[in-house]
Design a protein around this ligand. Sequence first.
Ligand code: SME
Length: 160
Amino acid sequence: MIDLNEAGAGLQGYELLAAQLEALLAGERDFIANASQFSAFLYSQVDDLNWAGFYLNRNQELVLGPFQGQVACVRIPFGRGVCGAAAQSLQTQRVEDVHAFPGHIACDSASNSELVVPLVKAGRLIGVLDLDSPKLARFGVEDQRGIERLAEIFLQSSDC
Ligand code: SME
């Protein structure tokens, strides 16, 4: 079992999380196992989250994958809500107030802000990584860059 306190000693913030995630996923390439670990890692290590997990691309529809948090809606069409917008545009969606986002899908009424990163490997959309927060404007530009880096580590560490 990896000791997260030992991995990345001396580092801070997202640099520390990146070192810890690399150590956590080292030696395992199974996608579902690593996605499960990654969602639990994010949920426990990133402050102020009420949901962290995956929607996976299944024939141009997003289907719920490994996650931490409350039960969630299972299927999201491309183009719908924040996750669907990320899948369709292939651009990270950083939403300061989800209630102002057209078509936002409220899985948990506690959510106020959201960050959704599309997961693209070898030109193929694997799915999206979705983080929800009860805090308004929880995710800034630094958070976006940091979480995108973590998502890249996850993709490089996993067969998909
Ligand atoms: N709020 C998301 C739906 C997924 S849940 O937050 C887990 C959206 O609008 O796409």
